[in-house]
Ligand binder design. Structure first.
Ligand SMILES: Nc1ncnc2c1ncn2[C@@H]1O[C@H](COP(=O)(O)OP(=O)(O)O)[C@@H](O)[C@H]1O
Ligand SMILES: [Mg+2]
Length: 328
């Protein structure tokens, strides 16, 4: 018997769940640690959301996205956002074909499943706007003709964390469009030794097949997961808890702009996906708590005075999670 390329079709939700959990082991063949980032990316895919990826250079953001794409049988592309990048360089554009004397659409890099958008804050607002529009509409319209992007489609965007001159930080309203912010911290010492041991043993990050990374899930699993997560029950008390968390962020003196209702719906979605991945058919307040930081931290803007005093979005959320009464 010869093995079929790619994963077997798995129409059932339980099979999809097991495949998405197995995915973590597959990713771990290349990426040491960073479990929270892997979970965050899987949740975003289940929720049909986009991701802000944060971490200093060299913590395996690119490696993680490439490995995840391989393990999920998805196409991936990377775009480096530079000051001179034009909207058409992202979305695609009409090009003149000398042979046919006609204009033909040449697809830009957004025509993929996982678009790694590196350093989006280095490109001017016009090109950022083109990307954000594609994120929202999941299609590119050129010459009046809409062209659908593949399913799934997710933008995984990094921002240059160093506030260089000539960067264009995304406005709050735009950050709100990202479902989740995933951070890749510097690895603990033990993990870093493990990374080096792998390299010493011949690990080549550009050859994932040699590292043993195989497709263990595919787009059908993501769609099955999406449908199953939509069936996860949420009691009214838990909905109210999410709303209370969002409202609490708006009432704090250190906060200029709190979590919007869009942010609250995002938390509902991520908590539901997490409940489903955990094998439950209902959302608990602990699911909400587990996803609150990743889902809400980029949606808060603090008063400059508070920031100078060392307040962070994370510390605000920690405070809110402690003070808002949890339903039982
Ligand atoms: N957690 C990790 N697991 C495995 N390799 C790692 C890890 N962190 C860093 N590396 C190594 O360092 C490289 C980081 O490169 P890259 O993925 O391009 O980082 P980034 O995109 O965050 O700048 C990887 O290719 C790998 O060789
Ligand atoms: Mg990179």
């Amino acid at each position: 018997m010869t093995a079929a390329p790619g994963p077997p079709p798995r129409p059932d939700a339980e099979g999809a769940r097991r495949a998405l959990i197995e995915l973590r082991h597959e990713v771990a063949k290349a990426v040491v640690g960073q479990d929270a980032a892997v979970s965050g990316l899987v949740i975003a895919l289940i929720c049909h959301g986009h991701v802000l990826l944060e971490g200093v250079p060299g913590v395996a953001k690119t490696l993680l996205v490439r490995t995840l794409a391989t393990a999920l049988s998805l196409d991936t592309r990377r775009v480096q956002f530079t000051p001179d990048l034009m909207p058409g360089d992202v979305t695609g554009s009409l090009v003149y074909d000398n042979r046919t004397s006609e204009f033909a659409f040449r697809e830009g890099p957004v025509f993929t499943n996982l678009l790694l958008a590196d350093e989006i804050n280095r490109t001017p607002p016009k090109t950022q706007a083109a990307l954000l529009e594609v994120m929202e509409e999941r299609q590119v319209t050129v010459d009046g003709q809409p062209r659908r992007l593949p399913t799934p489609f997710a933008v995984l965007a990094t921002q240059n964390p160093i506030e260089h001159e000539g960067t264009y930080p995304l406005p709050e309203a735009q950050l709100d469009r990202f479902l989740i912010k995933v951070t890749l911290p510097l690895p603990p010492r033990e993990d870093e030794v493990h990374i080096l041991a792998r390299h010493a043993g011949g690990f080549d990050p550009s050859d994932l097949a040699a590292a043993g990374v195989r497709p263990v899930a595919g787009p059908a699993d993501i769609i099955a997961a999406r449908n199953a997560a939509a069936q996860v029950q949420v009691q009214r008390e838990v909905l109210a808890y999410i709303v209370d968390l969002a409202r609490a962020t708006r009432a704090l003196p250190s906060v200029l702009l709190g979590v919007s209702p869009r942010g609250a719906t995002a938390l509902l979605a991520t908590a539901r996906a997490w409940a489903w991945l955990s094998g439950r058919s209902y959302v608990t307040p602990d699911d909400v708590k587990a996803l609150a930081r990743a889902t809400l931290r980029h949606r808060l803007s603090l008063r400059p005075e508070a920031e100078q005093d060392g307040t962070t979005a994370e510390s605000v959320l920690d405070q809110v999670l402690i003070t808002v009464p949890v339903p039982r």
